[in-house]
Design a protein around this ligand. Structure first.
Ligand code: ATP
Ligand code: MG
Length: 448
């Protein structure tokens, strides 16, 4: 271990303190001593120790009380209590109160060495984990999953809890809702995070290409197979495999996939050796797999294999409160990547974005913002930088309809709902007028 481990010895007997002090100093620890609990707590106010070795029976405050106080201080030192044979019961009580372990007096040097070694190992493991965790956050190039809506918070909670397991997950959601991002987040938060995340776009490959992509192939297995090639399942060993657009795979592939999921073994195309791989499966689809199962186009057994956990990502139009956050996030993302100072967005433009339906979900919003930053040339993003014509068309079409409806009603009322006279005034035939009345659900009592 690179740094010195520190130990605080708390014992009222000077001979015990001295012998332990000398012993640990020789072993390369940093050591301090306190002759009673009160003194120990004072030292702890200004100093940190990895290990506290404390006698239970001391005049004044005893070791148990001191232990409770140390724990209530959220001090995460490892506390080891020392006790005479006669008071092992008390030692057990100490364990319940959060002591790491106990040693009995008189010490067996081997016992104590062993105990301190274990404690030291635990400390270095905890530190290693901490530094690994920091590395993951900076290493894993997972974009943040942005969203403050209840719907998105639920997704995040699900990601967090499912990440800890090995269960198969199906992520469902419309195109562009962030299915792949969620799959990556599951992997990046799982114990498999240091191993590969292997992604396969099932929809983009023909059956035979998909087969050799997933299982690999041996040299000469088919025309063009010039080398042995590892498949994606093999590459995903100890990691996760992401099967995107799972609904597109053929019935034959469904059978093969089921077999692999059950046995975790497979053979390369053209090979005869069983290969095993420990992978976790995450799938995504924008199709309703359940109804495909009902129609018989997706195998039910495979469906249940894959669908241990289902995470549904709601479309953006159902969580419009996330739009301002996402806009902010994408502005920063693209200004940074284009090496430009950050820009803001005109409140009116933001409002229009929040009214837009986003059939292409987050991807569409992201593309809009990227484009707006390019065309806006460093200026504030305004409505004219955003391709929202589609909404303008629909909203103007809606208003045209509103206008027509109001106009027809006005003429109808003017002629007291006499259809012939109204039709003549509107220069349409009676059938057309009836159609319009039906379309707009006009009634005689309606007033403008
Ligand atoms: N919650 C989010 N926060 C930030 N960015 C997001 C979020 N969700 C999606 N994105 C971004 O939107 C884009 C589309 O996401 P992704 O590719 O994961 O969607 P998808 O559901 O897999 O789409 P498709 O069905 O078309 O494959 C990506 O650039 C992704 O980074
Ligand atoms: Mg995708």
């Amino acid at each position: 271990m690179a740094r010195k481990i520190s130990i605080l010895i708390v014992d009222d007997e000077e001979s015990v303190r001295d012998s332990l002090y000398n012993w640990f100093i020789e072993d390369g620890f940093r050591v301090e001593c306190a002759e009673n609990a009160k003194r120990a707590l004072t030292i702890l106010e200004s100093d940190q120790f990895d290990i506290i070795l404390a006698d239970i029976k001391m005049p004044g405050m005893d070791g148990l009380e001191m232990l409770r106080r140390i724990k209530s201080l959220k001090n995460d030192s490892i506390v080891i209590v020392m006790t005479a044979f006669a008071t092992v019961d008390t030692a057990v009580k100490a364990l319940k109160d959060g002591a790491y372990d106990y040693v009995t007096k008189p010490f067996d040097p081997d016992d104590l060495t062993h105990l301190i070694r274990n404690a030291t190992r635990q400390i270095s493991l905890a530190e290693e984990n901490e530094s690994l965790r920091e590395k993951v956050i900076s290493l894993e190039n997972v974009e943040d999953l942005i969203g403050n809506s209840e719907a998105m918070k639920n997704v995040l909670r699900e990601v967090e809890s499912v990440a800890q397991t090995n269960s198969s997950v199906i992520i469902t959601g419309e195109s562009g809702t962030g299915k792949e991002l969620v799959a990556r987040a599951i992997h990046a938060n799982s114990p498999r995070k240091f191993f590969p995340f292997v992604s396969v776009h099932c929809g983009a490959l023909t059956e035979s290409l998909l087969e050799s992509e997933l299982f690999g192939h041996e040299k000469g297995a088919f025309t063009g197979a010039m080398y042995n090639r590892k498949g994606r399942f093999e590459m995903a060993d100890s990691g996760s495999i992401f099967l995107d657009e799972i609904a597109t795979i053929s019935v034959k592939m469904q059978v093969e996939l089921l077999r692999v999921l059950e046995s975790k073994t497979f053979m390369r195309v053209g090979g005869n050796k069983e290969i095993s791989s420990d992978f976790r499966v995450i799938c995504a689809t924008n199709k309703d797999l359940k109804s495909m199962v009902e129609k018989g186009t997706f195998r039910e057994d495979l469906y249940y294999r894959l669908n241990v956990v289902n995470i549904q990502i709601p479309p953006l139009r159902d969580r419009k409160e996330d739009i301002p956050l996402l806009v902010d996030y994408f502005i920063k993302k693209y200004c940074t990547s284009m090496n430009r100072p950050s820009v803001s967005i005109d409140p009116g433009a933001l409002k229009r974005l929040q009214e837009f339906n986003f059939p292409g979900n987050i991807r569409e919003l992201e593309n809009m913002i990227e484009r707006a930053i390019v065309v806006g040339n460093g200026k504030k993003i305004s409505l004219k930088d955003l391709p929202l014509e589609k909404t303008m068309v629909t909203s103007s079409a809606e208003s045209l309809d509103d206008f027509e409806k109001a106009f027809i009603l006005q003429i109808l009322n003017k002629y007291s709902w006499n259809i012939s006279r109204t039709a003549r005034a509107l220069k349409v035939d009676r059938v057309t007028l009836y159609h319009k009345i039906k379309k707009y659900n006009l009634k005689q009592a309606d007033q403008q």
